[in-house]
Design a protein around this ligand. Structure first.
Ligand code: ATP
Ligand code: MG
Length: 579
């Protein structure tokens, strides 16, 4: 059954256009990241919308790197954006502009953009302006009152063309001149008051080097990119809604210049619609602030498992399916809202509960010695030989099979599973009390050894050989069951316990200069654990449920055969329930 959220307004909009024959037979969308950082969960929402709508309508979604801003862009970012979109489960398709299907670089359209600007100038629809930044703002004015025209507004097209060419040829310094569209200095929409479409930036571009020292502004470049690629439905976040008249203005001018593509006899006129961005509490999502945390080494990198980036979430053990489910559940709307990271975790947990391999791991180990191990067992092996326990890899999935775990005289248990003087209703290990060692046997604690500080160093007790498998032969009840790892064969592992990166719901509440003071000092705790022998061979990004402790993933980079490293994805349970 379709959920209510999946029939959102964007889908209805596209359905209407398909029915009206506006797409020329193919719905084309695009995801246009700027390669100036890694994509985060907010981008993942846009990815789900852009690729998701194309898929739904059997169309294509382009991946376009919006690389019109020469600073801060790099191939490292570009490559990782691709990797992360693929990992989320999406693939771009379509013609492409340089061999790779569906893949475009906005910078490959610079020549055309320049020509479009020249033509605007020739037609008296754009002009060169040399007002300084401050003057320009003053002239533009406020929405309530018409602005003041630039003194250059009526310069002849010939002279404007000359200046524009000189701008391109590097005759002027940054900011000395710019090109502005000649629209309406009295418009109540401030973006319509002769917006800047080209500016001078003497900065090398990561692909084109110093080919250009003038660069198009977003509001001019974006509709051109969409139109040239034959995009039918250009979806973006709400802050661009007020820019839409300008988007349409540029598309109209391209139409006048005969530049709109035709598909199956239909002229393709791109249109923009806006939806609310995804905001998550307890984190920041601006790429600038994420970069700052990386540069200042507040986190281990863009892919630190505490980061809201897609690569960080992957490394944390979140799954693409859970991220897509989360984006589906929060839905697409025009109303700004904040989402709770607990919902995302809930989605992760729902999936991992079904799919994660069960294992035992002891994160805060204390040793237990079974004093009567090997005595009077009638065991062929006799002595201190180990026995073997067979447990399912996933009780919810019989096909996942079982694994065999050694059990012997000495085992590790969690320190918290022992109390020398048990509290009321503490049914785990305590002197004089019986507890079930998961899958193995019933054990009765007799006492413990402590160091000079009173810290328990070793627990002693006896097992009931007749309870092998876990239940008492005489049917007596044992309330508690705890997990364990055999000392002789258990494998040491580094385990990274992650928590929220910020202690504040809105880390930006005192402004972007102050957000670091809300960093959670306890967001990472590293412990040395003991894990079942089979976990030594865990492969990067293998997901596990460590019984009674939580969901964990083998670290994408640091986990190696023999020396596994695990990241805690999330706890087993949470009080959170989706609405
Ligand atoms: P930032 O402000 O963090 O640098 P950005 O919006 O400038 O992000 P882009 O690379 O330009 O980053 O974004 C690519 C696409 O992703 C755009 O269409 C943008 O609207 C969308 N997007 C970015 N952030 C979000 C978000 N939080 N929720 C939904 N879509 C988003
Ligand atoms: Mg942007």
């Amino acid at each position: 059954m379709e959920s209510d959220t999946s029939r959102h307004f964007l889908r209805q909009w596209i359905e209407g256009d398909v029915a009206a024959g506006k797409t020329g037979g193919t719905v084309v969308t695009r995801f246009p990241p700027e390669p100036n950082g890694y994509i985060h969960i907010g981008h993942a929402k846009a990815v789900c919308v852009d690729f998701g709508m194309a898929k739904l309508f059997g169309g294509e979604c382009h991946l376009r790197l919006d690389d019109t801003n020469p600073t801060k862009e790099s191939d490292e970012y570009a490559e990782n954006i691709k990797k992360d979109i693929n990992w989320l489960g999406f693939q771009w398709s379509g013609k492409g502009d340089a061999g790779e299907p569906g893949f475009y670089n906005a910078s490959n359209m610079f020549d055309t953009m320049f020509q479009i600007a020249e033509e605007l100038i020739r037609r008296g629809q754009a002009y060169c302006c040399n007002l300084g930044q401050e003057e320009w703002k003053q002239y533009r004015g406020v929405p309530e009152k018409p602005g003041t025209p630039s003194p250059s507004r009526d310069t002849s097209p010939e002279r404007n063309l000359q200046i524009f060419h000189e701008m391109r040829d590097g005759k002027y310094a940054d900011g000395e001149w710019c090109v502005r569209a000649k629209i309406d200095m009295a418009s109540p929409n401030i973006h319509f008051r002769d917006p800047v479409i080209y500016r001078i930036r003497h900065v090398a571009h990561y692909h084109l080097g110093n080919t250009w020292c003038i660069y198009p502004m977003y509001d001019f470049a974006h509709p051109i990119e969409d139109a040239l690629e034959g995009v039918t439905h250009s979806m973006c976040t709400l802050e661009f809604e007020v820019h839409r008249p300008l988007y349409d203005w540029v598309v109209d001018r391209m139409d006048e210049q005969g530049l709109l593509p035709v598909r199956n006899g239909v002229k393709i006129r791109t249109q923009q619609r806006e939806f609310a961005r995804l905001n998550l509490t307890y984190t920041v999502m601006s790429k600038r602030l994420l970069l700052q945390m990386v540069q200042e080494k507040r986190v281990a990198g863009w892919d630190d498992p505490r980061m809201p980036t897609v690569c960080g979430m992957r490394r944390r053990g979140y799954t693409p399916g859970a991220i897509r489910e989360f984006c589906e559940r929060i839905g697409v709307s025009k109303v700004e809202s904040e989402s709770d990271p607990a919902l995302l975790e809930w989605c992760v947990r729902e999936e991992l509960n079904q799919t994660a391999t069960r294992r035992m791991a002891v994160l805060d180990p204390v040793k237990v010695v079974i004093d009567n191990w090997g005595e009077g067992l009638g065991d062929a092996a006799g002595g201190d030989a180990p026995r073997y326990v067979e447990l399912p890899n996933n009780p919810l999935d019989e096909a996942a099979g079982t694994r065999t775990i050694p059990f012997g005289k000495e085992i590790w248990i969690e320190r918290a599973d022992f109390q020398e003087v048990p509290e009321k209703k503490f049914f785990r290990m305590a002197p004089g009390q019986e507890v079930r060692l998961r899958g193995a046997c019933i054990f009765k604690c007799t006492g413990c050894v402590k160091d000079e500080n009173g810290v328990v160093t070793e627990i002693h007790g006896t097992w009931d050989p007749e309870s092998w498998g876990g239940n008492a032969a005489d049917g007596r009840k044992v309330k508690g069951t705890i997990h364990w790892v055999d000392c002789a064969t258990g494998v040491k592992a580094e385990v990274r316990l992650y928590d929220k990166l910020f202690t504040e719901k809105d880390p930006l509440k005192d402004g972007p200069a102050e957000f670091l003071k809300y960093l959670n000092p306890d967001s990472l705790k590293v412990v040395t654990a003991y894990v079942e022998p089979v976990l030594a061979e865990a492969k990067e990004l293998d997901h596990f449920q460590f019984e009674r402790t939580g969901y964990f993933v083998a670290d994408e980079y640091d986990s190696k055969p023999g020396t596994p490293v695990f990241n805690r994805t999330c706890s087993l349970k949470d009080s959170y329930k989706p609405a």
